[in-house]
Design a protein around this ligand. Structure first.
Ligand SMILES: *Cc1c(COP(=O)(O)O)cnc(C)c1O
Length: 415
């Protein structure tokens, strides 16, 4: 259970990338009220195509093709969005057979899809081998199963070894490597796994490292990337063949909360380019890759709901909306956060209005956890107005308990 922050609250430094015309927020060039009519319901998520493509393009241009940019589908598996990104990024990382079918339907070539996650099922592994994608091996068990499947199906499974590094990512929102972890194979056991892969006749593709998510400190990311590269380079000496790819992970964070500073991306890309230079010397023929989820899509998405009630309880005004944590768990502070903090929000059809009222915005679920904005200052709003939560393009609809309390699901549009 998260605690509610009571300390004086700093302001959001994040500035919404959406233009405002009249009093209306524009997403994908459409005013929010018109978009709601077009969707035909609230609540809904809307993702701005141009903003997503611009984010990808900025990165791929900085890399000049020397570092592959992969999209982690779990951040937002909406099929239309995956189709769009299949044309824009170098690869997809999936975490289930369900995401695999989204990636294949989106047209991503199988050789550029990789599959990570602990506890992969035999049926999922069989689908992965049949599809010809790369399986990121997370345990010795997977090697045994993949050897058997390769023999039965008459094609060698393509595998990369996911390494649980011997260091931790400093200051990550979610640590996923270093120390005892359920993810990947401990670095010290990787040579043994590589020997087993060679014996089993699996097609070795390379290494995958993922130190953690939601990091806003460039210095911490630099250290993790550099150490990850160095570890993969050392482990390559034990590999059955030179790695074709070393996936250094990602973990680029977004400034969701008041006081958060945006990641200094130029420093991070410069370091990756210098690692690509090193790789060209140490391991010719090996391509470096990174995998990003929220950084590519998070800022381009909004969650929009309609205000259905406005009431005062002992001096505090509550706006009740037709959505809630069952659609947007993260904004309620219950998706892994330790302290509950507010996402940036707005009244989408009253953007020009002065901020006049301190309100709390709650969803329609009958639980005190369903708090979407805690004592924020917003323009005076009434039933029928649109409450917008920014930074909602990643870990929204698919990362929320939509069945909880049995209300309808949110719509999703790519505009
Ligand atoms: C979740 C995950 C990602 C994406 O994380 P973001 O914080 O959204 O960038 C990438 N790689 C792996 C292995 C993951 O589990």
């Amino acid at each position: 259970m998260t605690t509610r922050s009571t300390t004086p609250r700093p302001a959001h430094t994040w500035c919404p990338p959406f233009p405002v015309t009249g009093n209306e927020l524009q997403v994908g060039g459409v005013a929010i009220s018109r978009l709601a009519q077009r969707v035909g319901q609230t609540p809904f998520y809307a993702y701005d195509r141009a903003l997503i493509l611009k984010r990808v393009q900025t990165l791929t241009e900085a890399f000049h093709g020397r570092i592959a940019v992969h999209y982690a589908v779990k951040a937002n598996p909406m099929p239309a969005l995956a189709c769009m990104l299949a044309e824009a990024v170098d690869g997809f990382d999936v975490a289930s057979a369900g995401e695999l079918s989204i990636a294949l339907d989106a047209g991503m070539p199988p050789a550029r899809i990789s599959f990570a996650g602990p506890g992969k099922g035999e049926a999922e592994l069989s689908q992965a081998v049949a599809a010809g994608i790369v399986v990121n091996i997370e345990s010795m068990r997977e090697i045994v199963i993949l050897e058997r499947l390769s023999q039965t199906m008459g094609c060698a499974a393509r595998v990369a070894v996911r390494v649980n590094p011997d260091f931790e990512l400093k200051s990550a929102g979610m640590k996923m490597g270093g120390g005892p972890k359920p993810f990947g194979i401990d670095a010290e056991q990787v040579p043994e796994a590589l020997r087993a892969i060679a014996r089993s006749g699996l097609a070795f593709e390379g290494f995958h490292l993922f130190a953690g998510s939601q990091n806003l400190r460039a210095a911490a990311l630099l250290e993790a990337q550099t150490k990850s590269y160095e570890l993969a380079r050392q482990l390559s000496q034990h590999a059955p063949s030179a790695p074709r790819s070393i996936n250094l992970g990602g973990g680029f964070g977004l400034p969701y909360f008041p006081g958060d500073q945006a990641l200094d991306i130029d420093t991070v890309t410069a370091n990756l380019l210098s690692l690509a230079d090193q790789a060209a010397r140490d391991l010719p023929g090996t391509r470096l890759a990174i995998e990003l989820g929220r950084y590519l899509v998070g800022e381009a998405g909004v969650y929009v709901c309609k205000i259905v009630d406005s009431k005062v309880s002992r001096g505090q005004r509550f706006l009740v909306v037709d959505g809630g944590l069952h659609h947007h768990l993260a904004a309620s502070g219950n998706f892994g956060q330790v302290v509950r903090r507010n996402y940036p929000t707005a009244i989408g059809n009253k953007m020009g209005a002065a901020d006049v009222e301190e309100v709390s915005v709650v969803g329609l679920l009958c639980t005190p956890l369903d708090l979407l904005a805690d004592r924020v200052v917003l323009p005076r709003a009434a039933p029928g107005d649109y409450f917008v939560i920014f930074l909602s393009g990643a870990y929204g609809a698919s990362a929320s308990p939509q069945g909880f309390l049995g209300h309808p699901r949110p719509a999703e549009v790519l505009v």
